[in-house]
Design a protein around this ligand. Sequence first.
Ligand SMILES: [Zn+2]
Length: 193
Amino acid sequence: MELVTRRVAEANSLKRYFTGEPCKHGHVSERLVRSCVCISCKQAAEQAYYKANAAKKRELTKEYRLRNPELARARVRACAKANPEVARIWTSENREKIRASVRKWDKAHQGRKNAIGAKRRAAQIRRTPAWTNADDLSVIYAAAEVAKVMWPDTEVDHIIPLQGKYVSGLHVPLNLQIIPLFHNRSKGNVFHP
Ligand SMILES: [Zn+2]
């Protein structure tokens, strides 16, 4: 690089000059005429500022999202709608992230799961005739608890589902059986006579 003193640079309306001498941080770089600041030092400072600021900016964005979840979501939705291709690529590249967020949502909305359980229990009550012997029922549930010691996946199942698609069974001993959990869950609400 050509040596240009500050005075010469200034006389020629140049913004930078170059002495060939290292700065106090050892950079052999051009310096600014206006401030004598080393260009490499300036760039390093700018990078450090950007880095510190980026973290701060991320923090602020996060805070904003937490304070205005609806607005933040609406913005994301609007952005995705305006850039469907970008959204599609992001989705395909962040499957694990999306899955984790769905899991988090499920966990945070245990209430929804509980509501499904409550509905089921309500159906159970409606499907329990007055003549059902509560003791007979509890014997079956107690037996299932004993079976669980050996087979933890054991569950009490309604042979004809309580909330069936075509027919609904009763919550009575005759309609109960003790079976492995996976069998119960895979059966769903469809009864095959
Ligand atoms: Zn420097």
